[in-house]
Design a protein around this ligand. Structure first.
Ligand SMILES: [Fe+2]
Length: 308
């Protein structure tokens, strides 16, 4: 009997993986996500793994999303800064470092697997603690994601995973690690988005490679980012890796294999070989720190004169 996922409808089963959907959980009822517990979690989580970012207001200007550092601020001070400022904290793979989250992750995926009726791999449970009104820019992920809302409300917009919104060449570039996950967003895309105000107790799912962007309402938000892959997702990513290689190496325009299993498996197998021999220059994430969290500053952000 399910204990975390409280509503997963027949329609959810039909829609899963094909279109965006929302369902219900009860994790928000636990007090594990109040300020006190968040502060303790931030103390326990390795500070050098903590993702700290700020960003601008314009949803088209994704290059304003920059990394920062927290110095020796306590967990409690960090929670205060997020409440007051314009900060986005990402505790990636918290299941690798904190025992109770490792247990939660196992429990979640047991339930997720029975809902989606397939095996999942590479489980990554992240905790996102973010300021009022901040945003996550238009981007897509190679792995599959579920977003579980625990505190606050955020507007989630999910766009079709078609060539107009996510060209194959762009997805291939992300898989080949040529670029970041963010890419060009046009405001007119919003007309085509699945849009939901995600409230505590709801979670959202969307098809692999579907671009999405997120805006917090005017309050602190706490969410769980649940990332994983399935066999089908691995095959799709590897097939696009091969397509990307063929496009770049031979100037061809390969198609995405969705129905031909032989071609899909062949291209995915070829990707395994290509990865062994690939030696092109890869995109390097900008890991520099552009600001320090400072409770006395506007938005709790003090930019350095030069990135560190
Ligand atoms: Fe994402």
């Amino acid at each position: 009997m399910s204990s975390l996922i409280t509503k997963w409808s027949q329609q959810n089963k039909v829609d899963y993986g094909k279109r965006p959907l929302t369902a219900l959980h009860n994790l928000h009822k636990s007090n594990n996500y109040d300020d006190e517990h968040l502060a303790k979690l931030l103390e326990a989580y390795p500070r050098d793994k903590l993702g700290i970012h700020t960003m601008g207001q314009n949803p088209e200007d994704w290059t304003t999303f920059v990394g920062g550092d927290a110095g020796d601020l306590s967990g409690e001070e960090l929670v205060q800064a997020v409440k007051k400022g314009r900060i986005w904290l990402n505790l990636r793979a918290v299941n690798d470092d904190i025992d109770e989250y490792a247990e939660l992750c196992d429990e979640m995926f047991n339930e997720v697997e029975s809902c989606i009726d397939r095996k999942t791999f590479k489980h990554d449970l992240g905790v996102l603690i973010s300021s009022p009104n901040v945003q996550v820019f238009y981007h897509l992920d190679i792995s599959l994601s579920l977003l579980w809302q625990l505190r606050g409300i955020k507007k989630v917009r999910i766009y079709p995973n078609s060539s107009e919104f996510a060209p194959d060449e762009t997805i291939e570039g992300i898989i080949l690690k040529e670029t970041e996950e963010e890419f060009e967003f046009k405001p007119e895309f919003d007309k085509h988005a699945f849009e939901v105000d995600l409230e505590p107790g709801m979670f959202a799912s969307w098809p692999q490679f579907a671009p999405h962007r997120i805006e917090n309402q005017n309050m602190l938000n706490v969410s769980l980012s649940v990332e994983y892959v399935t066999l089908q997702a691995i095959l799709q990513a590897n097939m696009l890796y091969t397509n990307g290689y063929l496009r770049r190496r031979f100037g061809v325009n390969p198609v995405r294999e969705t129905s031909n299993a032989v071609k899909l498996w062949s291209k995915a197998a070829l990707a395994r070989l290509l990865k062994l021999n690939r030696c092109e220059q890869r995109f390097q994430n900008d890991l520099r720190s552009y600001f320090k969290i400072d409770l006395s500053e506007e938005n709790c952000v003090r930019f350095y004169d030069k990135p560190q």
